[in-house]
Design a protein around this ligand. Structure first.
Ligand SMILES: NC(=O)C1=CN([C@@H]2O[C@H](COP(=O)(O)OP(=O)(O)OC[C@H]3O[C@@H](n4cnc5c(N)ncnc54)[C@H](OP(=O)(O)O)[C@@H]3O)[C@@H](O)[C@H]2O)C=CC1
Ligand SMILES: O=C([O-])CC(=O)C(=O)O
Length: 274
């Protein structure tokens, strides 16, 4: 496989250090798209992080550079603006994309653009489960109709710093669990682009952006990033509570997200996909 990553932050860094153990010597090339002022440091980091993965390690800063590395798979790990800037063109060029910043799809015009590009390019937009689980059952139940999904995202106050939560809560002194947002998955994913990708994933797998109800909570006692949701359908009912360890490099992002992306890569290489 020839792999390309968009963004070289927390997820990409851990992904590259874990990839060798999961897919062995099956990588022919890896390239990473970074901001123009980050190329020199990124090349040094890539040579360190991916030294055992492949000898073809390149850093680029634009679409032309990304596609000239001839990737079989592009993994977006950057953010909503990078999804807008690069992913439609990559799909239109016929290359599959694993999209980690799934909340970007709350923008319905962008969502339509991505689907159109994937169709025109004959490529696939792959939405990983990311920090949440049970997406397989939720997506299977969806077409049966009458699905009700409610989600609660609970994180320590520091994970909500720099978000609209800080407008209503004093995150530094908060001493109890506080609900600061109630609304739809579309509103949550749009207002909290770096914290509510899970709400978008549940919406896309299940009842849609408007019908998926969301509560976001800051809790100083939270043992990590907690994702709780309840599903009711005529075929099944279930509830889920996941206690995720935050990433060392970004407390908003659960480390399980990286392993979900690794699973997507593994499933495109091995003889069995699970
Ligand atoms: N689907 C899911 O369940 C989950 C999704 N996520 C999402 O995954 C994404 C990555 O997370 P994480 O790695 O923790 O985030 P980080 O902020 O650690 O890393 C993102 C990196 O991408 C870079 N970047 C952003 N925009 C561009 C651009 N246009 N061109 C080049 N580089 C760019 C950033 O640079 P700079 O710092 O200069 O902006 C940063 O280095 C986020 O959008 C996050 O919200 C996270 C967890 C779960
Ligand atoms: O949904 C998100 O954006 C990120 C998240 O909560 C997590 O990684 O646990």
């Amino acid at each position: 496989m020839r792999l390309a990553l968009i963004g070289y932050g927390n997820i990409s860094t851990t992904l590259l250090t874990q990839l060798g153990g999961q897919i062995g010597g099956q990588l022919d090339a890896v390239s990473v798209l970074v901001r123009p002022d980050a190329t020199a440091t990124a090349q040094a980091r890539l040579d360190r992080d991916a030294v055992d993965l492949t000898t073809e390690r390149t850093v680029c800063t634009d679409l032309k550079g990304l596609m000239s590395a001839r990737p079989d798979l592009v993994v977006e790990c950057a953010g909503h603006t990078a999804v807008q800037a690069f992913v439609p063109d990559v799909l239109r060029a016929g290359t599959d994309v694993v999209l980690v910043s799934i909340g970007a799809l709350a923008d319905s015009a962008l969502h339509d653009r991505l689907l159109d590009a994937a169709r025109k390019g004959g490529a696939r937009l792959i939405l990983p489960a990311g920090a949440v689980g049970g997406i397989d059952l939720l997506a299977a139940l969806g077409p049966a109709g009458d699905l009700k999904v409610s989600y609660r995202g609970i994180k320590p106050p520091t994970a909500w710093a720099g978000t609209p939560a800080a407008d209503t809560l004093n995150l530094e002194t908060l001493d109890h669990a506080a609900v600061f947002f109630t609304g739809t998955a579309r509103q949550a994913a749009s207002a909290f682009p770096r914290n509510a990708n899970v709400a978008a994933t549940l919406a896309l797998a299940g009842a849609g952006f408007e019908a998926t109800r969301v509560e976001l909570i800051a809790d100083p006692q939270a043992p990590g990033n907690i994702h709780e949701y309840k599903v009711s359908s005529p075929l099944a009912r279930y509830s889920m509570r996941i206690e995720n360890l935050p990433s060392p490099g970004n407390s908003r992002t659960s480390v399980a997200t990286v392993y979900s992306v690794l699973r997507e890569i593994r499933n495109r290489i091995g003889p069995v996909a699970i």
